[in-house]
Design a protein around this ligand. Structure first.
Ligand code: HEC
Length: 144
């Protein structure tokens, strides 16, 4: 009867380990590998909405502007970038409202409105938000 001593155990175990490592490296122990899937392409630029997830600029509706002819066109032309508060805070002459529209176009890149629309907006702004008299003191030059 062969005597099983520690040397046999060590030699046998090492042989087994080498064998397993060799088989593993040869790919024999691994199942079929999943086919290579290229990473998803980034979405085309048109699908990227820079405002996605951002809170809305304002929650104003047409009714937040005083009723009058030109209210709708003014609302939809002028609230793409800010609420009505900025507009209502101003009291300007017709000329200054006209320059305000130019300012929106030139400085803030507002798309220019059609001439007929622009005239209607200007009429509305000039009528609804004219220059206001200052409070107590009226035209007191020392309060300017
Ligand atoms: C393309 C974007 C855009 C559109 C459309 C636009 N505005 Fe503006 N507007 C701005 C920006 C930007 C400001 C800067 C103020 C801010 O948002 O802090 C501003 C400011 C203003 C102010 C305040 C100016 C001041 O000196 O305090 C008024 C009044 C105003 N807009 C009126 C209008 C009117 C009237 C229209 C429509 C004819 C209009 N805006 C359309 C971008 C726009």
């Amino acid at each position: 009867m062969t005597q099983l001593n520690i040397t046999h155990v060590v030699v046998f175990s090492l042989t087994a380990v080498f064998l397993l490592v060799a088989l593993d490296r040869a790919g024999e122990l691994r199942g079929p590998q999943a086919a290579y899937v290229p990473p998803a392409k980034p979405a085309p630029a048109a699908d990227i909405d820079p405002d996605k997830g951002k809170p809305p600029l304002h929650n104003d509706t047409v009714e937040d502007l005083p009723d009058g002819k030109g209210r709708e066109i003014t609302f939809y032309t002028c609230t793409a970038c800010h609420g009505v508060a900025l507009i209502k805070a101003q009291g300007l002459t017709r000329d200054l409202w006209d320059s305000s529209i130019d300012l929106m176009i030139e400085k803030h890149r507002m798309p220019p409105a059609k001439p007929a629309d622009r005239a209607e907006i200007l009429d509305y702004l000039a009528e609804q938000f004219p220059p206001r008299r200052r409070g107590r003191g009226g035209d007191n030059p020392f309060l300017k």
